[in-house]
Write a protein that binds this ligand. Structure first.
Ligand SMILES: Cc1cc2nc3c(=O)[nH]c(=O)nc-3n(C[C@H](O)[C@H](O)[C@H](O)COP(=O)(O)OP(=O)(O)OC[C@H]3O[C@@H](n4cnc5c(N)ncnc54)[C@H](O)[C@@H]3O)c2cc1C
Length: 283
């Protein structure tokens, strides 16, 4: 449990094994170990995630003539329904452009469907209720943090560790489960990234603990450079979780890692939900 299941579970589900959904964990294990060839390969990107996924997607879409409006925050979403029907419903974004359908793919912790103030009175009450129900479920999801402590080791011209990713023995006092040597991943020699899934401490405590962990487990004298704590990095993947559905209201769909599906909050889960929501558009 301590050396294999616990670290695997907390890194895949961002939830400690003692709290985690056994059904989801076993599904991840089954698909990784008994799924298609390559299902259990560990993929470590050498480029940043922006280049890996979103920029590649932008290039793909633009090559097919899609019109993209990047860097624009959606603050308002409102429905316009002709009387007595929902078939011609249009969704208006930021009081401006109207669309036949919308996929809302914003991460759940930011997600306040920003409805117009008059919305409640102006449109079909069933749609209002459906959105309200969906939002309530969305906001009720418990969340967990992930912290990354970046450390520096002076005077090195080569990688510090024998491989890009090293598993560590972790406990409450030695919180990092894995350390990444960035020298293998396009970073400078001497830079290490210590990942603490399901993190609970504040930055100063985590830095102190990781510096001590580096010394005691790897014999490295490091100093902390920067710590990033994503307080609501993912939902807590606990048993019996009621995740929000993909369908919100007529012609309004949701995508993202937190939407109801077989996987925990991972890129795989988000991508699967994105594909599925895209497939709903024509309906
Ligand atoms: C530190 C950390 C490490 C992780 N490590 C891994 C890992 O190793 N493997 C793995 O599979 N997963 C990992 N994850 C989880 C993974 O990042 C998420 O599961 C995935 O990014 C979720 O994708 P998403 O599309 O649902 O949401 P996001 O990636 O959060 O995308 C949502 C987008 O919507 C935008 N947005 C939000 N509100 C608005 C608005 N009002 N208007 C316009 N845009 C808006 C946001 O800016 C964001 O770009 C990690 C997460 C964290 C925080």
């Amino acid at each position: 449990m301590q050396d294999f299941i616990d670290p695997l579970c907390v890194s895949a589900l961002n939830t400690p094994a003692a709290e985690a959904s056994g059904a989801v964990f076993l599904r991840v294990m089954k698909d990784a170990l008994f799924g298609p060839v390559g299902g259990s390969d560990l993929l470590l990107p050498r480029v940043d995630l922006g280049r890996l996924f979103p920029e590649a997607a932008v290039a793909w879409l633009q090559a097919r003539g899609a019109v993209l409006h990047l860097g624009q925050r959606i603050t308002h979403l409102s429905a316009h329904i002709p009387p007595a029907t929902t078939s011609d419903i249009k969704w208006r974004i930021n009081h401006d452009a109207e669309f036949d359908a919308v996929i809302w793919a914003a991460y759940q912790s930011n997600l306040h469907l920003p409805l117009d103030s008059e919305y409640k009175d102006a449109i079909d009450f069933d749609i209002y209720k459906a959105i309200h129900h969906w939002q309530t479920r969305n906001h009720a999801l418990p969340t967990r943090a992930i912290a990354t402590v970046y450390t520096w080791c002076e005077g090195h011209t080569q990688a510090l560790l024998p491989r890009a990713m090293t598993a560590l023995a972790s406990n409450a006092q030695q919180p990092a489960q894995f350390v990444f040597d960035r020298a293998y991943l396009g970073g400078p020699a001497g830079l290490l990234a210590w990942v603490v899934s399901a993190s609970e401490g504040d930055s100063a405590t985590l830095e102190r603990q990781v510096i001590a962990q580096a010394q005691s487990q790897l014999g490295l004298a490091v100093r902390a450079l920067k710590t990033v704590v994503e307080k609501r990095a993912t939902f807590a993947c606990v048993p019996g979780l009621q995740r929000p559905s993909m369908h919100i209201a007529p012609h309004l769909w949701a995508a993202g890692d937190h939407i109801s599906g077989p996987y925990p909050a991972t890129l795989e889960g988000a991508i699967r939900n994105g594909w599925a929501a895209g497939g709903c558009l024509g309906r």
